[in-house]
Design a protein around this ligand. Structure first.
Ligand code: ZN
Length: 440
């Protein structure tokens, strides 16, 4: 396989600690251990998939066995380093605990650890997905960890820390690998595009990074697919088409059609267009749920760029589009969209037409719901009214509703108004019966 055909994730796999992105905490601790010659016998590398656990394990293995290391890094040129890079070093044993062979390997492990390393200084066992080991294998591993030969280093990588027995955990040093933030992944993808001379815009890279969901490996493999799909043009519009996302403008239109329009035409045309374009309607609803929830965060200024998962330009657009809506409406909307989503998943409809009908009915109902006075809204109005009465801006005539001395009252105090018409005025002629509130 020629260099240019290597998949990005392999071609750009870091070969030095300094090339790894976003895992400084773990790396600095490892570097300190190396510098002070205090490398332990067993490490647990815990973190979600594709964040660099195995990559860092291999760099550590290279650094430990390198015949010409700098203080912190392997040389990547000596025999040991090149063997490890090629994956054929006799002293670095990688075991995939999820495979049957992995279990056999653990059985052999107790015998094999006794032998000294053939070329290098240490024998390094990298056990991937270690939580998948059987009880028997964990026991075999434990016996080795209890009395490790001096030249052996274990690196146990896992995505599920809680599945590892306490007896094993207590003999290891833990390193936590964090999910890589979206903006870091976006920056990483940008660097790679520059190196590969791939055209891009930042929105395109944003969607690539979002698809990566915290994983460098997943980001790079999606980038590779995107390069093929878009013929090397990682532009927002093209990537959106690739992932089947219609863009924030459609979401904003949908929001207005639900919160501001009194007719259903706009709403129906958006749903109809999505249906005809072959958009996955379940995904469409989920995206609107995510969007409507994001509006509440933006409205309350609770957002940071990361947690929202929208490109910066989109966040600005969303922020402008919701400026006229009160937070209560946005909350209610996201809450109701969540209910629709929940119901959709229970219904298990047979095809997209049924889903479209379900959406039309649900959104129609949603619009009516949102336009009804809410209990909290009515209570709020009652409270406002109570305050008004108490502060004296409301006069309470002795006989409510009579016209006795009306002209005199108005002359004496122009701001004092009749209670009945006042209540009607405050409640904007809604269904609330003023009589009910005589007691307050
Ligand atoms: Zn070396």
């Amino acid at each position: 396989m020629s260099e240019s055909h290597l998949v990005f994730a392999r071609k750009y796999r870091p070969q030095k600690f300094s090339e790894v992105i976003y895992q400084d905490l773990a790396i600095n601790a490892l570097k300190n251990a190396l510098k002070n010659n205090r490398v332990g016998h067993a490490y647990i590398f815990f973190g979600s998939r594709g964040v660099g656990k195995t990559t860092i394990a291999r760099i550590l293995a290279k650094r430990l066995n390198c015949s010409n290391p700098t203080e912190n890094e392997p040389c990547n040129e000596c025999t040991s380093c090149t063997e490890i890079i090629k994956g054929n070093s006799p002293d670095v044993i990688e075991i995939d605990a999820a495979s049957n062979r992995g279990i056999e390997n653990i059985r052999d492990l107790r015998e094999n650890v006794k032998f000294s390393p053939s070329g290098g200084k240490n024998k390094i066992y990298i056990i991937d997905e270690v939580h998948m080991l059987t009880d028997q294998s964990f026991n075999a591993l434990l016996k080795t960890l209890e009395e490790p030969p001096p030249h052996v280093v274990f690196i146990l990588a896992t995505t599920e820390y809680h599945k590892i027995p306490e007896t094993i955990l207590s003999r290891c040093q833990d390193f936590v690998f964090k999910k890589v933030p979206l903006l870091n992944l976006q920056g990483h993808a940008e660097e790679l595009c520059k190196k590969e001379k791939i055209e891009y815009d930042m929105e395109g890279l944003f969607w690539v990074a979002k698809k990566g969901d915290g994983s460098v490996r997943d980001t790079l493999s999606f980038l590779e697919q995107a390069v093929t799909f878009t013929d090397g043009k990682i532009f927002g519009e093209k990537i959106r088409a690739m992932i089947g996302y219609q863009g924030v403008d459609v979401q904003i239109e949908l929001l207005h059609s639900v919160l501001a329009e009194t007719k259903f035409d706009k709403l129906f045309s958006i749903l109809d267009k999505s249906y005809k374009d072959g958009v996955d309607l379940n995904k469409f609803l989920w995206e609107f749920l995510e969007f409507s929830y994001a509006t509440t965060l933006i409205k309350e200024n609770l957002n940071d760029k990361e947690s929202l998962n929208y490109p910066v330009e989109d966040v600005e657009k969303i922020s402008k589009s919701i400026s006229n809506y009160p937070i209560e409406s946005l909350f209610l909307l996201s809450d109701q969209v969540y209910n629709i989503y929940e119901k959709l998943n229970l219904l298990k409809l047979r095809n997209s037409f049924e889903t479209k009908v379900f959406f039309e009915l649900s959104f129609r109902k949603l619009i009516s719901e949102l336009n009804k006075p809410t209990v909290s809204g009515v209570l709020d109005k009652i409270y406002t009214l109570k305050q008004a009465i108490e502060s004296g801006s409301f006069s309470i005539p002795e006989e409510v509703g009579t016209t006795k001395n009306k002209n005199d009252e108005e002359k004496k105090s122009p701001e004092k108004i009749d209670l009945v018409s006042g209540i009607k005025d405050k409640f904007l002629g809604s269904e609330v019966e003023p009589d009910k509130f005589k007691g307050i």
